[in-house]
Ligand binder design. Structure first.
Ligand SMILES: Cc1ncc(COP(=O)(O)O)c(C=O)c1O
Length: 394
């Protein structure tokens, strides 16, 4: 190939790939990185060879190590993050209780409140951090309010001081949904140190991923006992059932993968944080796009890196902008296309007063975020964002 053949004419370079121009990257860059390492496969294989497939030593090891890493006293593994929420809510909330919940989160945080027979009271989000707005929460406390279910969304801690202050004022129980926030910290401590219980998901795409899986942490011995009983049919001795419960146990193949991946979680979290800083620098220079803000006092672990678009600054919608980015080789994802009060399953409780969450559903998109991003990926994302923003600027 002659040197001149590699030169792209300026018009072709600036014409959107969507409209027949040359894409910034001919191949989409990976949105996430989920591949197992050989050590993970060896760990799972060792359990398979042992024949001890039920929850045993590997689940216990995962519980002990993850508790320590998150500053929690007790950690109970379970089948997934949804079960984790159920296991946390059931001993803490009673049917009929009003529970303050985020309007901006994944559905499980709220649907398991409903499954418990409680009434969800939607609280709006802070536009900069996307986290639950505790000023709005304070306005929504009634004589029936008994709890707060707050999500540390996208890897960013909520304002834990504000949550705990409101809880103390009104004697509320607090469950933090940390499905997206493994190893996040608050004022130098692991998030496991705060609230009545903290729940995690180990779903295949999470920062700590075992395929399916989850856990609950708490610092109260009696609550830990209740959760362990609920997790396994209230069984206190072989075929002796003290209370009614479920089978929400993890298994040791999953536990082994979790332990193996836990070896890398700290380093991979730091890689995510460094990647977020690089994206921040790129986005800060593009008018109309805003990087995510972190709650002061919290250290985020960037399960997702979510950008906000001021749609009034562009001649396109957020979805059209993302379509153009995809054509340039940059995949994005929308977390979430609708706020929870607008979900058909939850519409019964919509009080039409979460305007920030409504707006976010048309403004935000997530960029590729994982521990395997390379210099070339950052270049591609930067060039694609600049190209699409310039093409659509109002
Ligand atoms: C915030 C949040 N809560 C709960 C869950 C439920 O976890 P799982 O899919 O493991 O049941 C998820 C999973 O996506 C989540 O993101």
């Amino acid at each position: 190939m002659s040197p001149s053949a590699t030169v792209i004419a300026p018009s072709a370079a600036s014409k959107l790939a969507l409209e027949g121009g040359t894409p910034i990257s001919p191949k989409p860059i990976p949105f996430m990185s989920t591949a197992l390492f050989p050590a993970d496969i060896d760990a799972a294989t060792a359990v398979l060879k042992s024949g001890m497939l039920r929850a045993a030593k590997k689940c216990e090891e995962l519980e002990q190590r993850f508790a320590k890493m998150t500053d929690a006293k007790h950690m109970m593994t379970c089948a997934n993050g949804t079960c984790a929420l159920q296991l946390a809510y059931e001993p803490l909330f009673n049917p009929g209780d009003e529970i303050l919940v985020p309007a901006w989160s994944y559905i499980a945080t709220v649907s398991m409140v409903v499954a418990r027979g409680c009434t969800p009271v939607f609280v709006d989000a802070i536009p900069e951090t996307y986290q639950i707005d505790m000023k709005d929460a304070a306005k929504k406390v009634t004589s029936k309010t008994r709890g707060i279910a707050a999500t540390h969304l996208y890897g960013c801690p909520v304002d834990i001081d504000a949550v705990q202050a409101l809880a103390a004022k009104h004697s509320l129980k607090v469950v933090y949904d940390a499905a997206q926030s493994h190893l996040a910290t608050w004022k130098g401590k692991g998030i496991g140190a705060f609230g009545d219980a903290v729940t995690y998901s180990f779903y295949a795409t999470k920062n700590l991923a075992t395929g399916e899986g989850g856990s609950i942490s708490c610092n109260d011995d009696a609550l830990a006992r209740k959760i362990k009983l609920l997790r396994s049919h209230g069984e206190t001795d072989k075929y002796l059932h003290e209370s009614v419960g479920y089978n929400y146990r993890m298994n040791d193949i999953t536990g082994a993968i979790g332990c193996s991946r836990l070896d890398r979680l700290d380093a991979q979290t730091r890689q995510r944080q460094a990647s977020a800083a690089r994206f921040d620098a790129i986005i800060a220079k593009i008018p109309g796009l805003t990087p995510p803000a972190t709650t002061p006092g919290g250290t985020a672990v960037f399960h997702l890196y979510v950008v906000k678009m001021d749609t009034t600054g562009f001649r396109c919608t957020r979805d059209e902008f993302c379509k153009a980015l995809a054509a340039e080789g940059v995949p994005t994802a929308i977390h979430y296309p609708r706020p929870l009060p607008k979900q058909p399953a939850l519409a019964k409780w919509d009080r039409k007063d979460c305007p920030v969450s409504d707006r976010l559903s048309t403004q935000v998109f997530a960029l590729p975020m994982h521990h395997d991003l390379t210099d070339d990926h950052f270049r591609i994302v930067g060039e694609a964002l600049n190209k699409v923003a310039a093409a659509y600027r109002a």
